[in-house]
Design a binder for this molecule. Structure first.
Ligand SMILES: Nc1ncnc2c1ncn2[C@@H]1O[C@H](COP(=O)(O)OP(=O)(O)O)[C@@H](O)[C@H]1O
Ligand SMILES: [Mg+2]
Length: 148
């Protein structure tokens, strides 16, 4: 789909949240695309739609930013700076699996695509962006069929 401006990216983020179950714990959403294509914009919009009211810093340096929204846990992850998948263990990766995972640069870690539920591929398109959305798991494909 065409995302003409940042507002359109934000709208996609809100739409994606409506596809998720009431308790999205354990879901993994992969945000793929070059630098500047809108991954953080999308994650930020999703966090707001989930009810987070504060700021949403980019996790570029911290790698993981955790959020507790009512009784839901969301982890906003940016893997740009990891060198290889083994570094995920240092992040306490296993402990993150209870929450909703929004992951920028998932291709930096081998094998994440196989574990994900939804893949959002962002690319430049003139002054705007293009988004390609696919379901990676059965429940992800099911959510897309029911929603978007
Ligand atoms: N659909 C869009 N069209 C034009 N600009 C966009 C769009 N979506 C996001 N942007 C802008 O692109 C810039 C980079 O966005 P960001 O979310 O930080 O990208 P990334 O996390 O992929 O590096 C921001 O200024 C943002 O407002
Ligand atoms: Mg980013």
């Amino acid at each position: 789909m065409e995302l003409r401006d940042a507002a359109a990216t934000e709208e996609l983020g809100r739409d994606l949240v409506t596809l998720l179950p009431e308790d999205p714990g354990g879901w993994m959403i992969l945000l793929q695309g070059e630098l500047g294509t809108g991954k953080t914009t999308l994650a930020r919009s999703m966090l707001r739609a989930l009810g987070h009211e504060g700021i949403v810093p980019s996790p570029t340096y911290t790698l993981v930013e955790p959020y507790r929204i009512d009784d839901r846990t969301v982890y906003h992850v940016d893997l740009y700076r990891i060198a290889d998948a083994s570094e995920l263990e240092f992040l306490g990766w296993a402990d993150l699996r209870d929450g909703l995972l929004l992951i920028e640069w998932p291709d930096r870690a081998d094998g994440l695509t196989e574990q994900g539920d939804l893949l959002i591929e962002l690319s430049y398109s003139g002054k705007g962006r293009n988004a390609e959305i696919s379901g990676l798991s059965d429940r992800g494909r099911e959510a897309l069929r029911a929603g978007l």
